[in-house]
Design a protein around this ligand. Structure first.
Ligand code: ADP
Ligand code: MG
Length: 581
């Protein structure tokens, strides 16, 4: 045989090399297969190319300046869409920066997945000092609902599927997915790669309540003289808006919305007892909790806020069985998903349902009208510098005229007063500091709200709160998002009037006096406004929102107007040492 013949003979074998794929592509394909279209993150080793390739593959990749804000964006994307929001970070420091958002998402029951690149397992586990060495999986575990690591490209499909199902099913929460650097360049046959991917079927299966739980709950409700419904952000998340509205209206039971449940029914609804909240909680005898936990935000279901000890019976709808009896006895636990539970209650009420006694409805109506009347003059003041009430009075009108816009809100006084003053008209339009009262969610939430919904965003921020995520105004300008940030600038945290008793330094709670936050957004090509009266504020916010451009309104608030810790000053420990008179 000649040499030539030999080559001809072996050629077909060389040609048979199969199509290949790798870890990068498999991660992207797995996310896309599951309908995930957006990644929030910060690029760097080892995930820089993952972001680039995801963008090239048609995904929206939103790069932030700090991982915490990318994480907050992912978390609120999860809340708004019921699909896990994805946050992508680099190893150790970037991962740690993302963890606050992951833990906050878990606490708030928002589905998100933090995907972090990590260093070489062999070196990390022997603690031999790798680049950004850290046992990320172990650190993430106690801070999230579940944590997984993928070591082989062939397991990426199942790893992503597990993360999605864990994030969305049952009580939603934050998931950590650890992807070591080596995984991304691992190669496998494209066809085998394709078949290794998993499309998650029914990621959040309906969980129907037991019929006897519904009967028990209805029996307790029927016995009530002064019933109340409390709607929490779980009810907003569930997207069972029509059923919830029907339950309230059919039952005739007044309701109080927790802050992120505002707008589930319009705050102006005749059965809203939001403006009579204290009376409603204190005097009610049976309370139906729908997607709201009896945590600190509801005084743990006991104490002065709830009237005489034992005077309130609780019925609770929640998907998480362990939530029942967490603080006080739940006389009628209804475990299941809110849509199914509310539907079952409605069906059980049937034709013969008796509306609650009229005197209870009248009591709440009278109280509500009195509170609204008491507040009204404070909202009208046109004084300069502005009080919180006057500035919020102006924004209240703007939100009324633009019910479609999403309101993001954080701060101390800025948060507590806005929650009460600004009425909401549509579901999932109010996004705020949630269960922890965390500061720093502002820009991350605003970015994701704009991206996920395509709606304009009004972001009402205390000057202190804004500082936690302020650098992301560059991100907002870079992506050209229709976000109007209003900074309530009272020169400090709570108030701008504190001083150092020794005279050496600024007081611990004050900032640079008369700062111009509006200049920050101008640095990146956005529109800055500086206002000192409610009329100017109204004009500026309307102009900003009409323009649809990235905007920041520096709203000068009286430095003496705030109170310590807003509405939760009572949580501040006081010194046990009494001052001598
Ligand atoms: P808020 O702070 O508004 O009172 P919480 O965050 O305390 O609300 O409570 C939300 C509750 O809703 C959580 O206990 C969570 O398990 C529950 N939840 C979330 N989604 C659903 C759902 N689809 N069905 C039933 N319960 C849900
Ligand atoms: Mg302030």
């Amino acid at each position: 045989m000649t040499a030539l013949a030999k080559i001809v003979h072996t050629a077909p074998e060389i040609e048979a090399e199969p199509d290949l794929t790798d870890g990068f592509h498999l991660v992207i394909d797995a996310l896309k297969l599951n309908g995930i279209a957006t990644i929030y993150g910060v690029p760097g080793i080892p995930i820089t190319d993952l972001g680039r390739m995801a963008q090239a593959a048609g995904m929206r990749v939103v790069s932030f300046r700090h991982e915490q804000h990318a994480g907050n964006a992912a978390a609120i994307a999860g809340f708004l869409t019921q699909k896990p929001g994805i946050c992508l970070t680099v190893s150790a420091p970037g991962f740690l920066n993302g963890l606050t958002a992951l833990a906050n998402a878990t606490t708030n029951c928002f589905p998100m997945i933090l995907i972090s690149g990590s260093s070489e397992r062999e070196i990390v586990d022997l603690q031999q000092g790798d680049y950004e060495e850290m046992d990320q999986l172990a650190i993430a575990k106690p801070l999230c609902k579940a944590a997984f690591r993928v070591l082989h490209a062939a397991d990426i499909g199942i790893g992503v599927a597990r993360a999605i199902r864990a994030a969305c099913s049952g009580r939603p929460g934050g998931i950590y997915l650890d992807l070591p650097a080596k995984l991304f360049s691992q190669v496998m046959e494209a066809e085998a790669g394709r078949t290794s991917l998993v499309k998650v079927i029914d990621p959040a299966p309906a969980q129907r309540p037991a019929p006897e739980a519904i009967t028990r709950a209805l029996d307790v409700l029927k016995s009530a003289r002064r019933p109340l419904i409390v709607l929490g952000k779980g009810a907003a998340y569930a997207q069972a808006d029509d059923a919830i509205r029907a339950l309230v209206e059919t039952s005739g039971i007044p309701y109080v919305p927790m802050s992120m449940a505002k707008g589930l029914l319009p705050d102006t609804h005749p059965l809203s007892a939001g403006a009579a909240r204290s009376t409603a909680l204190k005097d009610s005898d049976v309370v139906l909790l729908i997607g709201a936990r009896l945590n600190w935000l509801l005084s743990h279901g006991k104490g002065k806020s709830w009237g005489e000890p034992g005077s309130t019976k609780f019925i609770q709808i929640d998907i998480e069985p362990r939530e029942m009896d967490s603080n006080v006895e739940i006389v009628a636990p209804v475990v299941g998903d809110i849509a199914s539970c509310v539907q079952a209650l409605l069906e059980g009420m049937g034709q013969g349902w008796q509306q609650p006694p009229a005197d209870w409805i009248d009591t709440l109506k009278t109280k509500r009208e009195a509170n609204i009347a008491k507040m009204a003059p404070k909202l009208m003041s046109n004084a300069s510098p502005m009080t919180f009430h006057a500035a919020l009075g102006a924004l209240r009108t703007i939100v009324k005229e633009r019910p479609d816009a999403i309101l993001v809100n954080e701060g101390a006084n800025t948060l507590d007063l806005a929650r009460g003053i600004i009425d909401m008209y549509q579901p999932r339009k109010r996004l705020d500091v949630g269960t922890w009262g965390i500061m720093g969610i502002g820009m991350g939430f605003a970015v994701a709200a704009a991206i996920e919904t395509g709606k304009p965003v009004l972001c009402v921020e205390g000057d202190s709160a804004f500082g936690f995520s302020g650098m992301e105004v560059e991100t907002i300008c870079r992506y050209g998002l229709p976000i109007c940030i209003v900074v309530f600038n009272n020169n400090g945290i709570y108030r701008g009037t504190d001083s150092d008793p020794t005279g050496r330094d600024p007081g611990t709670t004050v900032f640079v006096k008369d700062s111009r936050y509006d200049k920050m957004i101008e640095a990146f090509g956005g529109d800055g406004y500086h206002v000192t009266s409610p009329d100017e504020l109204t004009r500026a916010v309307n102009a900003a929102m009409d323009s649809g451009r990235p905007s920041l309104v520096n709203a000068v608030i009286d430095p003496a107007a705030g109170s310590e810790s807003g509405n939760i000053g009572s949580l501040n420990p006081q010194s046990g040492i009494k001052k001598k008179a």
